[in-house]
Design a protein. Structure first.
Length: 450
């Protein structure tokens, strides 16, 4: 192993350790355990709560107007500017951003049909403590500080160490272990953002990015606590979370090997062919030494604080203008369908037969909760509260709602707002498959517990 200067070691170690502490280490706060990045976002959104809906409305309007303007601007393929990449999107995404802007205006000023701006639909997303408003804060801190995880060698180090586990088990490169950890310990949104950024930089193929974002974007431990408390089974948190972890691992082994993830092109964003050349271990070199060398080589190239800050700010703008309008548009439509139509109740009808077969009590009442989670993760337990009394059924509903992962009010809308090659039909199929595969596992554990 070649020698590196002390400053190179410090450039690798200090930002990487700070990044791990901020994104991956839950700490005890008054409201419970949270990763510091989420706590910072809470503090900012709390202090700006009265004005965040208006701020987000202006940002979403700016995104829509910028996209309309750039429809008429020719993109230079040799030297595309940052703002061209930010605003020049396809007509479909331009229309989506416009719809998001219209919904945001309707919610803030309570215009038009109440179905759009009520507190259970668009109002749920854009309220002072709603998801879109929270995204303002989480995007600011996550985007600004993501370079600590991405740019100073941490991914190269762990990527080399983990490749012999991640590749055979999950069909993923070793560096994806950081994305998975950031999601499982931190928050699903952080994992999606991390994955999207690495996909755009050419580190993941289309298939790999799709697998990571739909398989490892689990909600934080804090959210799981809220879910299990909501159904009155807070004292079962440890077996509940163990069930989520076990079921999630089984799904992570299965989902990359079946449709639709298996059929996604295994090429990079720039159409390069898939290759594992950089994952091969040179003869006579240990995995640890190779990982450390790769990390220090990367760190040695990072000497500009200005470039790092600029990259962070570009991340923030990319998330604000690219993702928030999509979450607003698709999230509102999904919540309106859940609140005012029978779509999810009809779609959930087949699950009544599955639940009966699995001997889950109150199967008819529980069936509609199996699909409504596609709109929002909290809807299943909200629908179950006060209606369903069986602890077996409540435990099953709570665990399924967490393990489904794809809900349009957050992770689903977030994925659609990125360049990860998944459409809403793909997400619905993945959501349903995860539910069908997970149900027998979760139901079996529920019967053992109760």
């Amino acid at each position: 192993m070649k020698k590196y200067t002390a400053s190179t070691w410090l450039v690798f170690l200090i930002p990487s350790i700070i990044g791990v502490l901020l994104f991956m280490i839950p700490l005890p706060f008054a409201a419970g355990w949270k990763v510091p990045i989420a706590k910072l976002a809470d503090l900012l959104s709390g202090s700006l709560e009265p004005i965040i809906p208006q701020l987000m409305m202006y940002l979403i309007i700016a995104s829509a107007l910028g996209s309309v303007f750039y429809l008429f601007v020719k993109k230079d393929p040799n030297r595309p500017s940052f703002f061209t990449n930010l605003f020049k999107v396809t007509p479909f995404w331009t229309i989506t951003r416009i719809v998001g802007a219209i919904f945001a205006i309707m919610v803030v000023y309570k215009l038009g049909p109440e179905a759009i701006w009520s507190e259970n639909t668009g109002g749920l997303l854009l309220a002072g403590d709603g998801l879109v408003s929270f995204l303002f804060s989480i995007f600011f801190f996550a985007g600004l500080l993501l370079p600590l995880l991405l740019n100073f060698g941490l991914l190269e180090f762990f990527g080399t160490l983990m490749v012999k586990i991640m590749r055979p088990l999950f069909k993923l490169p070793g560096r994806s272990s950081i994305d998975a950890l950031a999601s499982w310990i931190g928050d699903g949104t952080i994992g999606v953002l991390l994955t999207s950024k690495q996909y755009e930089e050419g580190h993941y193929t289309q298939r790999e990015a799709a697998i990571i974002s739909t398989t490892f974007s689990v909600v934080s431990i804090t959210f799981t606590l809220v879910i299990i408390d909501k159904v009155g089974l807070g004292n079962y948190f440890l077996p509940f979370y163990a069930t989520v972890l076990f079921t999630g691992l089984i799904l992570a082994l299965i989902m990359p090997r079946i449709y639709p993830l298996r059929s996604i092109k295994n090429t990079y964003i720039d159409d390069r062919e898939y290759s594992t050349e950089n994952e091969k271990l040179p003869a006579g070199t240990s995995v640890f030494k190779l990982g450390l060398t790769s990390a220090l080589d990367t760190a040695s190239k990072q000497r500009s604080v200005v470039k790092t800050v600029r990259a962070g700010m570009q991340n923030v703008l990319d998330m604000w203008f690219g993702v928030a309008p999509v979450v607003m548009a698709f999230g509102t439509v999904a919540l309106v369908m859940a609140e005012y139509t029978s779509v999810f109740r009809i779609l959930g009808k087949p699950f009544e037969y599955i639940l009966n077969f699995l001997q889950i009590p109150e199967a008819a009442e529980a069936a509609q909760t199996m699909v409504v989670g596609f709109a929002d993760m909290f809807l299943p337990v909200i629908l179950a509260e006060g209606v369903i009394t069986s602890p077996i059924t409540l435990f099953t509903i709570a665990a399924v709602s967490v393990i489904q992962l794809i809900y349009m009010s957050e992770v689903g809308g977030l994925i659609l707002g990125t360049k990860i090659p998944l459409n809403i039909f793909d997400l619905l199929i993945i959501f349903l498959l995860r539910t069908i595969i997970a149900l027998p596992i979760i139901a079996g554990i529920a019967h053992l517990l109760f």
